[in-house]
Design a protein around this ligand. Structure first.
Ligand code: ARG
Length: 385
């Protein structure tokens, strides 16, 4: 078998030069259903019932046009772009443990799939409507896996998603209660089963951050540690106590290149957790306020205004931003980045922005140590060479 120099699956961080990426698709996208792990609300009229079933043809084509714009830009930059397979998201699903009236979409591969070096991991997922979302990426995974024997493929254990896996009262906690509980990091999922969404991770070579959130619990982080630490990775749980509804780290703490992380001024790290960055010469750069306020986000969008920070790196010097986010674009340009602005707001109601809507399969580079001054006790000792 002919083996190209770099494995077909090879991505160790969020910024090395991008060679192949999967961009999501809004085909057959549905509104996320109300379920124990999610209480979607219409922003402008939170008391009106949230729509169910398939989104309108118009909304789907607006999102698909912007996704096509992202594809065109990436291809013009020499990046190979792949797309998910069509899936029947409007169908209900039923397992022995739960039933849900419709599924969601394949706009955000970032939430489901992650490349860690030469390994693809399918996340457990945390919401019922997203249980089978991995299916949209299976034919790509088979293709990569068949093409190169160096590719590892892991599917994390599927949780039951039975009623008992969730803490439904979470949704009714008043703000004062959330405030009082901010350091307990207890959200709408319980701690017994292994639960994580891929987008709660951020990759820095041999160091990987994992956010405890509404979509990733402590058992999920333990599973990732036991799975990855024997291979020489170091898994660092991180917390942002002022984010009362945390899910997915890529609007909160976004590495841009070695030594530089874009941070969210509303969501500081838990006391003490910034030390590993500062002691290893990483600069924490605060993102400017987004152009849209939380009240101005699209009515069906469930994410915060901080989708502004959800940028995608083409390389350590080239970065894609939403076109209206001028202050962020100017900040990045002042730091030496070539910024590529593209319209993406019509994608927001499908779960995210530019980073969410992609899954990088291949970037240049290898497993580097960006934290040389770290004292770290792995849960599992790395295997001796
Ligand atoms: N929960 C985040 C926020 O509202 C949005 C995260 C979107 N990221 C993603 N990978 N889908 O700030």
């Amino acid at each position: 078998m002919y083996l190209p120099h770099s494995p077909v699956v090879n991505s160790w961080n969020e910024w090395d030069p991008l060679r192949e990426v999967v961009v999501g698709s809004a085909d057959a996208a549905c509104f996320e259903p109300t379920e124990p792990g999610s209480r979607p609300r219409i922003r402008s009229t939170p008391d009106k019932p949230f729509p169910t079933g398939m989104k309108s043809k118009e909304a789907i084509s607006l999102a698909n046009e912007e996704l096509a714009g992202l594809v065109a830009l990436l291809e013009a930059q020499g990046v190979t772009v792949r797309r998910p397979s069509p899936r029947p998201f409007a169908t209900s699903i039923r397992t022995p443990d739960f039933e849900v009236s419709n599924q969601y979409c394949a706009v955000c591969p970032r939430d489901v799939m992650i490349t860690i070096g030469n390994e693809i991991i399918e996340a457990t997922m945390s919401r019922r409507a997203r249980y089978f979302e991995f299916q949209a990426y299976r034919s790509l995974v088979y293709e990569y896996w068949n093409a190169d024997p160096r590719v590892q493929w892991t599917t994390a254990p599927k949780p039951s998603m039975a009623d008992g896996m969730y803490r439904e009262e979470f949704w009714d906690w008043p703000v004062e209660e959330r405030h009082a509980k901010m350091h307990s990091f207890e959200f709408c999922i319980q701690q017994d089963e292994v639960i994580f969404d891929a987008a709660d991770m951020s990759r820095f070579g041999r160091d990987i951050l994992v956010q405890e959130s509404m979509t990733t619990n402590r058992a999920g982080i333990r599973w990732l540690k036991r799975h990855l630490e024997p291979g020489g990775f170091r898994i660092h749980p991180v917390h942002f106590p002022l984010d009362f509804y945390p899910s997915h780290i890529d609007c909160t703490f976004v590495p841009l290149r070695p030594g530089l992380i874009l941070t969210n001024p509303d969501r500081p790290l838990r006391d003490g957790e910034e030390a590993m960055f500062l002691e290893n010469d990483w600069e924490l750069l605060e993102a400017p306020q987004p152009i849209l306020g939380n009240d101005e986000m699209p009515p069906y969008c469930q994410s915060s205004k901080w989708l502004s920070m959800n940028v995608l790196s083409i390389s350590p010097t080239k970065i894609i931003c939403e076109e209206s986010e001028k202050p962020l674009q100017d900040l990045l340009a002042s730091r030496g980045f070539e910024v590529f602005p593209i319209p993406f707001r019509n994608v927001f109601e499908y779960g995210g922005s530019l980073h969410c809507a992609t899954w990088d399969v291949r970037r240049d580079g290898s497993k580097e140590n960006y934290f040389p001054h770290l004292t770290y006790e792995p849960l599992v000792q790395p295997a001796q060479p």
